[in-house]
Design a protein. Sequence first.
Length: 242
Amino acid sequence: MSDDPALGDLEKQIETLKKEQKGLLKLVSHDVKSPFNKLFALSNLLQLTADNLTDEQKDYLIRMDWVIKEGLTVVRNLLDLRAIESGEIELYNEELNLCSIIKETVNGYQKQIGVKKLTFGNFDCKVTIQSDKRLLERVVDHLVCNAIKFSPLQSQINLSVTTPGASILFAVSSESGPVPEEEIKGLFKKHTTLSTRPTHGENALGNGLFIAQEYARRLGGDIEFKQEDKKVEFVLTLPKQA
């Protein structure tokens, strides 16, 4: 705090504005997330009773579902960014089945996978980890979603989990590249916009990999990017024990 009274008052005003901004963002994010969740539930109900709809109408329903999920992603990313920037992240470590989390994440994107006619390589593992469930789910979701979003139609995505030493490696590889060399250094930075675009009209929000990397590091790990021609791979490394 400055010894200058006028400057001190200004600093207090700035701190008050920062607190108000955080509170407003949290309130708006939660208020917006609620109607999106309701729309998502209604969309799923409509799809359960879609027998009398035409193929075109069914396609519109799937696209609506996709847009709703993107809206929810925007809200979740705002909440994640607020938590990262404020440092308000508390870890609650527990024993988790990493492979179940990965499979459940992929299942949540079945409609998008079906529309793009993507295939997944064989994936079967039994690996447990001591980690924070919410953060781990968010990291896995960002990596899987990124691969689905940027993969060409009718291509394949491969997932693998290995356990070298005291670490666990989760790798997601796809034909999502190539990423220009000059853009690679910005992959994990905030508000990054790449020249590589999603392959089916999806939104590229620009903060997913930044959030994933920040959360991975809070969990004691890191995410590495590799590419060879069109093949790209993101490798999440985490400690087996928190």
